[in-house]
Write a protein that binds this ligand. Sequence first.
Ligand code: DGT
Ligand code: CA
Ligand code: CA
Ligand code: ZN
Length: 571
Amino acid sequence: MKNIEVAELLNEIADYLEFADDTYRVRAYRKAALVIEGLSEDIGQVWKDGKLEELPGIGEGIAKKIDEFLKTGKLEYIDDLKKKTPVDMEGLGKIEGIGPKTILKLYRELKVKDVKGLEKAAKQGKIQKLEGLGPVAERNILKSIEFARKTKERVPLGFALGSAEEVATFLKKLKDVERVGIAGSTRRMKETIGDIDILATSKNPEKVIDFFAKMPNVADVLAKGATKSSIRLREGIQVDLRVLDDNIFGAALLYFTGNKEHNIILRRIAIEKGLKLSEYGLFSNKTNKVVAGRTEEEVYKKLGMDYIEPEMREDEGEIEMAQHHMLPKLIGYNDIKGDLQMHTKWSDGNNTIEEMAIAAKKLGHEYICITDHTGKLAIANALDEKRINEQRKEIDKVNKKLSGIRILQGVEVNIKDDGALDMPDKVLKELDIVVASIHSGFKNPKEKITKRMVKAMENKNVDIIAHPTGRLITKRESYDIDLDAVFDAAKKTGTIMEINSYPERMDLRDIHVRAAVKAGVKLVISTDAHNTDQLHFIKLGIGTARRGWAAKNDVINTRRLKEMMNLLKGR
Ligand code: DGT
Ligand code: CA
Ligand code: CA
Ligand code: ZN
């Protein structure tokens, strides 16, 4: 159904007509957009039946445009309008608080054409003199421009999640707050975050908003209303808060969790059932009464489907699966029993083996594997054979000393240019677990780098391939590797693929996990922690696994130690 797309198109036309000062037609297009958005039938069907003009508010002119758009996916008229309009509507429209009317005014009075011109006018103090704008609006425009510039770069989930949890915890301290929920991409555990969205329920919204805007780590209050507010935290990320009534918490959480495409489909399904879904609840069209809204579960149920976990809400087929009760049961955040990649002072880490073990035990782990770097890597302090033997003695000692956690000895070994490893097999075969990874030759052609990795996987001592694509979210693209071939090899050789939870890595990433699961490849979720605090990263990896639809069974370190070890190759 294309109803929402068509409605959006008509609204966009209206924005441009606003600029052409064509009030009559602006109104006509906005009204037509409303009619189509609220339509219960498929606009495509109405069109096929040749009945567009029978809809209220749709005359010959608008019908023709819908016809062209549905036929070709394009509309010449809007391209013409864009060309004729002397300003960058799209760019300016993204600045908070600026709509088509203001854009028109800014152009007429100040000749502002784009964001650059807007910034210049604001800095010269020209905007505050315009009727209906004033000094506050001018300041907000500057803030918004600066912010748009800053947040072009999205923040890795690992940084945003901590901030979001801090804000949520802080809000819960206020007595007037009933429930708090993190929404948006943070709740969906997307690998990078644009801004943090938080919901709170209260009978006293203004008090909550005040409390929020006065949190100690707020750098800037960007907007403050009766029930919503946006702030920027000192660490640079924006947080949007909405305060609402407790009995619509579920509907609001659903709406503000997104993603947008998922929401659009849910709204469409609601319409097909004679219902209307919004952030205020699920309503019956006939009686206008709420039929669900207190919890998300209730809303999904009334829409005729199973509950969908937030990490799956990406319009990737999850809704159909939910309608047919075919969703997989995802791995849970408490399912991990151990962490199989971490570094200590023996190579480039900051803590001792004992400190890592104690911290891991506190997190509830039953086992860990120490995987310090080997060979002639640029990393300082990489292990040679002699130091591996010394480390074995220390691990034995700590294992004797501590109870309730088992420390395994592993290494992170480098895959060399020819696919050989930088530590001889006779050393590797004495270790509990061998993790292999590529740390050089990132620019190799696809065929070569794929061959290197596959060759390493064919080594019967290599249990796990770490961070299989080598990307760093904010710094480096993945190397060009044929993951299908790698997953094939993983199945043939019984090699485990790692989901590396380190915030900048998140590697495998969500879509790769989904492909690996489909291919029947076994996974491990590890942190690659270089100090005790980083052991917490495990939840980022679990989130990624969930976004890739992985079940508990797909991940080897959900098993008790012995069972997990039995899943490693050659055992
Ligand atoms: P981000 O912040 O870029 O990482 O991504 P999100 O998904 O957090 O997006 P955001 O913050 O713009 O909005 C939060 C959620 O609110 C979004 O996932 C779905 C919902 N939402 C926002 N705008 C719209 C909209 O125009 N239509 C619908 N249906 N939902 C929207
Ligand atoms: Ca967001
Ligand atoms: Ca937001
Ligand atoms: Zn590594």
